[in-house]
Ligand binder design. Structure first.
Ligand code: ADP
Length: 485
């Protein structure tokens, strides 16, 4: 089976969030299962050419954009033996950020990702790597399945390619004004509610949902939630219409990168058998943030994009009480400017108990996962969530709101003390969150009980192999479905 995975970001080349982790790790797991898999992404400025040598093979492409053509070169590289195609189009991708600056989205995101979606199909043609499956991810690649069935439908090399479209976050849909239709080079007959039109605008993600053979999201719970008006972001009706082709597969995590036994970023490695070194990591973490160590005080942490989705309004509102309970709290994140300012101010107010770093810092993320006692994720919605899975592996007990992947992956301790792997709440309120933090802190005081909870967390297994097998099943479904069209 041949699979081409298209994504706007892929770890280890470049990463802003969980999407990169997934589209980097899944190919490796598929390869181990015998799939011939390749990856394609834009050649962003942040990609380190020293680390990932580029091979120029004279793969020059040209994509129609409105009345003209835009050129690019497809450059080959690789990571962990996975052949990767980088779309070199410097006007679009040679930029400091991937999608947006702290002040907002790039103004030309429509054409940047219309072009990327077309370039995927041109890459298939010019390289001769004809996949059985084109696996697209999120709105930035969602138009590739649309173009396969419209602009490129008469290309003989492309006609047997089946498509899987994975929604990693329905909150980001790629919505642009209708004046951008000419950039797609497909007719206005596709600007209707059955296809790309969405309240007078063009919706790229909707295109992916309507035109792909099979669709999935990154947890079963989220695949159900998005069919409701509460979580559907206006697309619940479109998703319900395709419910027979809509699946949920939980993300795995890459234990090569995320295991306390062999994590090179840590001041001391630890394991279930040698847990005493976790406290070495806790001390190092507190030192990084200039906070005092006290064995009676749990360190609660959050690592995240600073976005409304992640529940930071609850956290900010709950700080007074959280600190009076005796917790210390650490945030690592970047994102919306309003949260940069809010948390920087709050760190002055709560000096000595609250540490914040406004940055994207992978090394520090590893140290936090190891050094913290608890990991707080009060998300409004969470398609899968990766940090609770890293936290489990590092024995850092998750406190989560039971939505999406958080609901699927964490078992509440209070309801199920023998099997619990964290603490869960459901209502999106400060009170419910605080009550749950309180429950966790009560168990924390009982050192024996806490240690057995930590060890149970560390035994959980969310490796990619199982999820990759489920993806292969979906690929087969997509191939079968495509044959019937
Ligand atoms: P999302 O994809 O919605 O951002 P996920 O939990 O699925 O959330 O994945 C987030 C990923 O990005 C995790 O690997 C997390 O550790 C990482 N991450 C987020 N913010 C930062 C940051 N400021 N520094 C380092 N890593 C970060």
């Amino acid at each position: 089976m041949k699979v081409l995975i298209a994504s706007p970001e892929v770890f280890p080349f470049i990463k802003t969030g969980g999407l990169a982790d997934v589209t980097g790790a899944l190919p490796k797991a598929l390869k181990r299962l015998g799939v011939d898999v390749r990856v394609i992404l834009p050649k962003h400025k942040g990609i380190d050419e020293q680390k990932f040598p580029l091979r120029y093979k004279n793969y020059k492409i040209s994509c129609p954009i409105s009345l003209g053509y835009v050129d690019a070169e497809i450059v080959e590289s690789e990571y962990d033996g996975i052949t990767t195609y980088l779309v070199e189009q410097d006007d679009y991708y040679n930029r400091d950020y991937l999608y947006s600056t702290p002040d907002g989205d790039y103004q030309d995101n429509a054409v940047r990702f219309i072009f990327f979606s077309k370039s995927i199909l041109e890459t298939i043609k010019i390289t001769g790597y004809i996949p059985d499956i084109l696996h697209c991810n999120d709105w930035e690649t969602a138009l590739a399945p649309v173009f396969l069935r419209t602009l490129y439908r008469d290309e003989p090399e492309l006609k047997d390619i089946a498509t899987l479209f994975t929604i990693h976050n329905l909150g980001y849909q790629g919505i642009f004004w209708h004046h951008d239709m000419h950039l797609l080079n497909i007719g206005w007959e596709y600007f209707t509610p059955d296809y790309l039109e969405f309240f007078g605008n063009i919706n790229f993600l909707k295109g992916g949902i309507v035109f792909s053979d099979i669709i999935n999201t990154v947890s079963k719970q989220y695949s159900q939630e998005i069919q409701t008006s509460e979580y559907g972001y206006g697309l619940d009706g479109v998703l319900r219409a395709r419910k027979n082709d809509l699946y949920g597969i939980i993300n795995g995590i890459d234990y090569e990168d995320w295991s306390p036994e062999k994590d090179n970023f840590l001041p001391a490695n630890y394991s279930i058998e040698k847990l005493e070194n976790k406290v070495v990591c806790k001390k190092a973490l507190l030192k990084e943030f200039g906070l005092p160590y006290n064995s009676e005080r749990p360190v609660i942490a959050t690592i995240s994009r600073l976005a409304d989705q992640k529940g930071f309004d609850l956290i900010a509102a709950a700080m007074d009480e959280m600190f009076s309970l005796g917790a210390q709290y650490i945030i690592l994140g970047t994102g919306d400017r309003k949260y940069h300012e809010l948390f920087t101010d709050l760190s002055k107010k709560y000096d000595g108990v609250f540490g914040v770093k406004i940055a994207y810092d992978n090394r520090l993320a590893h140290i936090i996962e190891a050094g913290a006692d608890m990991f707080l994720m009060p998300s409004r919605y969470e398609p899968c969530g990766l940090n609770q899975l890293y936290s489990l592996k590092y024995g850092t007990v998750p406190i989560v709101r039971g939505v999406g992947g958080l609901e699927d992956t964490i078992i509440d301790y209070t309801n199920n003390p023998k099997q619990g792997t964290g603490f869960k709440f459901y209502g999106y309120t400060k009170e419910e969150m605080l009550d749950t933090v309180k429950r966790a802190m009560t168990v924390y005081k009982d050192k024996t009980e806490w240690q057995s909870l930590v060890k149970r967390c560390m035994q959980e297994d969310f490796s990619w192999e199982r999820s990759a097998r489920e993806y292969i099943e979906l690929y087969n479904k997509a191939i079968a479905k495509h044959r019937t069209i």
